[in-house]
Design a protein around this ligand. Structure first.
Ligand code: ZN
Length: 189
């Protein structure tokens, strides 16, 4: 089921996600629905907060993006990125390992707003997968960017918080409009 995507201005986007302690049927359904929702919107990643649920759960799939490479290391050895896709991260913990790299970013909760964001070029990731099994890997490129963007969501942090001041100031009128439209929509309900 494709779920409505929560837009900037909705308070759930600022909520820290609760840890997931068990892979219940509800969580399995949520994971399936989040993949469907992300694919319908042609996104690379989607966090539970973006469908209105503050939990430590995100789904990622970088396979549709061919012009921005990703790298993957498993147990210290290079691995095929596709072997990890589609990716479910539950309760993820990340440690930056690379120098900051600037790159373009968007967010399904901020339609038509894009900006260059500086983030570490690689990260070590520990999480649980869709079956609740521990997984660990190091990634770089687009995948590292997506993992950091989505992990931020799980902590109530948005990509506008990572923009440099000048970029954010330039986008502020659009951000204000989006926030106002979202709040207006919430009042109607
Ligand atoms: Zn986002």
């Amino acid at each position: 089921m494709v779920l409505p995507i929560v837009k900037y201005g909705h308070p759930v986007l600022r909520k820290k996600g609760e840890r997931i302690e068990a892979i219940t049927p509800e969580i399995k359904k949520l994971i399936a629905d989040m993949f469907e929702t992300m694919e319908a919107s042609h996104g690379v990643g989607l966090a539970a907060q973006q469908v209105g649920i503050a939990k430590q759960l995100t789904v990622i799939d970088v396979r549709a993006v061919t012009d921005r490479p990703s790298t993957l290391e498993l147990d210290g050895k290079p691995a095929e990125v596709d072997s990890l896709m589609p990716l479910v991260l539950i309760n993820p913990e990340i440690i930056p390992v690379g120098e900051p790299v600037a790159g373009p970013e968007g967010c399904l909760s901020f339609p038509e707003i894009f900006a260059d964001i500086s983030r570490p070029g690689a990260v070590d990731v520990q999480a649980l997968d869709a079956k609740g099994r521990p997984i660990a890997f190091r990634c770089g490129g687009l995948l590292a960017r997506a993992v950091q963007h989505e992990t931020d969501h799980l902590n109530g942090v948005l990509f506008i918080d990572r923009m440099d001041k000048k970029t954010k100031a330039e986008l502020q009128p659009e951000l204000d409009d989006l926030q106002a439209a979202t709040k207006k929509g919430l009042q109607k309900k």
